[in-house]
Design a protein around this ligand. Sequence first.
Ligand code: SF4
Length: 443
Amino acid sequence: METYFIETWGCQMNVLDSQRLEGLLQQRGLRRVAHAEGADVAVLNTCSVREKAVHKVLSRLGELHGLRRENGRPGVVGLCGCVGEQEGARLLARSAGLDFVLGPGRVSQLPQVLDAVAQGRRTSVTGFPAGPDYDPDTIARGSSARQYITAIHGCDQHCTFCIVPTTRGHESSRTLAEIVAEVTGVVERGGKEVTLLGQTINAYRCPATGADFGDLLQVVGAVPGVWRVQFVTSHPRFFTRAMVEKIASVPSLGTYLHLPFQAGSDAVLKRMHRGYTRAGYLDLVAMIRTAMPRVTLSTDVIVGFPGETEDDFAATLDVVREVGFGQLYGFVFSPRPRTPAARYPGRIARAEAGIRLERLFDLQASIQLELNQAMVGRTVELLLDGPAKRGSALWQGRGADNRVVNVPGWNGIAAGELATVVITGATPHSLLGERREPVTRPA
Ligand code: SF4
């Protein structure tokens, strides 16, 4: 085996897991190729948060099987991530072209699984080990200036619609010392922006010292060379005033805060088992904005949750209007296997849920346009990611508030550079900027 290909679906956790898988493949001497048809090993790192994603993965497996029949490649096909954990060995029975299944709690076992496959044994390894399955030294992080670092594995919240506690296991925090050592290493290798990851990141509690999430951010934000620190995903039930004040005091903190509210009606929130009310959520937003006046909030919303009435949905739109989110990720309720909400009565017809989602997106687009237009004339500092599209003269970067800014390219520009720009134009989903002066890297 000489080459590998990885396709990543889903969230930032999966992006990081793909880097872990890549590191293990590279340790075996494999090099990355751009297409599955040129790979000795092809890995699909999957997401099962929504039903459609599972169908897409199964259809992609069928395509890879077809490629192998025609060209003999990819030689080995593996499926990792949350679909692997959810379906396990059943997938081997359903998909003849699949050689192995590896759950997100078993990433480090990839080498043993490849050995088993080489000996002709189709293999499924899922479940969660008693100890940690995470080795920062084997992550192939590449040269990106943006880097993800896990602070908490798993989730114990059991929101009634969510499959994540099943596919990613129990919540467990890494020690503050481990996280800081990883952040230090990342920055030494050129990282500038560090995003701490966890399904409920603000539930963080260091198992060695008892430090909470506010303490963690203060320490990580002070690591020399960290230009910006971000985090996802916060759960409204875990913020306290003391924690918010600690977070607000971190000078390198980004101004973007993702705070899912999911639904604006207390009845729906109760059936979702979210652990807060609409009023509690709005009080928290006010508390955060008092402590961090420049914060841009983003959120997740589910529409068409079982039993959601038109009044319930109107309450969701009210919260969207009242808060004025900078970004919103909206989804139609998707019943996931073995979750309580999948058995709830009152399923909303797909067409009706789709209409509600469009109404939500229309409202959000008008809010985003207004917020983005208010940025025109302001100076912002960007971390540049690269051309907006392949071959484009426009380059894309993000400011501290995570908003996408497109800027005309110029000679000598490179991904990972910092740039100061003045905002000159706005659409609902992005900003246009003009460069003003070169910015040097922080010491
Ligand atoms: S907090 Fe709720 S929605 Fe988020 S991962 Fe955990 S169970 Fe899922």
